[in-house]
Design a protein around this ligand. Structure first.
Ligand SMILES: Cc1cc2nc3c(=O)[nH]c(=O)nc-3n(C[C@H](O)[C@H](O)[C@H](O)COP(=O)(O)OP(=O)(O)OC[C@H]3O[C@@H](n4cnc5c(N)ncnc54)[C@H](O)[C@@H]3O)c2cc1C
Ligand SMILES: O=C([O-])CC(=O)C(=O)O
Length: 322
């Protein structure tokens, strides 16, 4: 969508073997709370988060908000031990960030420190459908196709953008990319209005517009997409210890996704070449546990790189004509 918006002269086709609701992005809780990428400078991560927050905040403040599945949500991140970093890098991007008061902490007798703030949440399947609708409105083609390797696209397209998520492990043989399996529950509990996240990152309760996401797990190098019933019970128990009213949650649906994890998002150009023929590629994958939090910022950078590829192609074709 960013490419179609910033380079209106190019014709864009989305190729994917699966579309919503069958992607990792459909499983995500969609909360805007960044995860740190150890291999990326903090100022860059902050910029990506800020651009994403600003983009979604504008949607939240528009008549599109409920169709796009975007809502503002207030709540608490609680810690059993006070973290080294009391002020995370994103504290001045979310709204109203402050330490929790003693009165608020009374709700969490096992925790001794907490942060209260307001952030945004995407209800992922509606948001993805809303993005698809906007893509189609700008004339973008959507085709179901599994790509075995990027070079197979060279005769049909001038530039390829690789947003394959965990699929990039096989597609481009990236050994630095690994799955972190996550199981979550999507439940009906409309009385839960605030988010609660344990600062250890394992247990969270995220109310969306229609359903509450309860998490979670982080299992490195597990490729299994099958829900585990023992884990479902464990997630429910952990969430109920933070919010006991969840014992009354109904219509529990279990989802599993593989976070496309890496030291840093791979956001760079590469030129593939065979027998003197060149194919410029822009990679944009490896968003791990924080893809929603930075999606618009990384997409803007990918679109800028596509712009550079277009300029290089135009330069080389005018040189060829000379
Ligand atoms: C349980 C869980 C909870 C999460 N919660 C949050 C959260 O609260 N906040 C947050 O910011 N992030 C969260 N995330 C992380 C987020 O889901 C990911 O970072 C994000 O979804 C990655 O998006 P993506 O578009 O790169 O990958 P995907 O959504 O997997 O999309 C990749 C697409 O590429 C296609 N594809 C792959 N290989 C090929 C191929 N060879 N040929 C054709 N098509 C191909 C796939 O079919 C798919 O459509 C969570 C993740 C999980 C698992
Ligand atoms: O950690 C969170 O708050 C939610 C999330 O991003 C994940 O489970 O990957």
């Amino acid at each position: 969508l960013c490419i179609a918006e910033t380079c209106p002269s190019c014709s864009v086709t989305v190729l994917s073997d699966q579309f919503s609701p069958n992607t990792t992005s459909d499983v995500a809780a969609g909360m805007l709370i960044p995860h740190t990428y150890p291999g990326t400078p903090i100022h860059t991560q902050k910029q990506w988060f800020k651009e994403t927050f600003t983009y979604l905040f504008a949607i939240n403040n528009s008549a599109e908000a409920s169709e796009a599945g975007i809502s503002l949500i207030s709540g608490w991140q609680v810690f059993k031990n006070t973290p080294k970093e009391e002020l995370p890098f994103w504290s001045d991007v979310v709204l109203g960030f402050r330490p929790m008061s003693e009165a608020e902490l009374q709700k969490f007798p096992q925790h001794q420190f907490g942060q209260a703030f307001t952030t945004l949440k995407c209800d992922c399947p509606p948001y993805l459908l809303w993005l698809e609708k906007r893509l189609k409105a700008t004339g973008v083609q959507m085709r179901t196709r599994k790509v075995a390797n990027l070079w197979e696209l060279h005769s049909e397209y001038n530039i390829v953008v690789n947003c394959a998520g965990i699929g990039a492990h096989q597609l481009v043989g990236d050994e630095k990319l690994f799955p972190v399996r996550g199981q979550v529950l999507k439940v009906h509990a409309p009385w839960v209005k605030n988010f609660i996240r344990d600062g250890d990152g394992l247990t969270y309760i995220y109310p969306g517009i229609h359903r509450v996401t309860l998490g979670g797990t982080r299992e490195r190098d597990s490729w299994s997409l099958s829900p585990d019933p023992g884990t479902t019970k464990d997630i429910l128990d952990r969430c109920c210890s933070l919010e006991p009213s969840l014992r009354g949650a109904e219509d529990i649906k279990v989802k599993v996704g593989l976070r496309p994890s890496r030291q840093c998002v791979r956001l760079q150009k590469e030129v593939l070449s065979q027998g003197g023929v060149k194919l410029p590629v822009v990679h944009n994958y490896g968003h791990g546990a924080g893809g929603f939090s930075v999606h618009r910022g990384t997409a803007k950078e990918a679109a800028r790189l596509v712009g550079e590829c277009i300029a290089a192609l135009q330069g080389s074709s005018s040189r060829a004509k000379l």
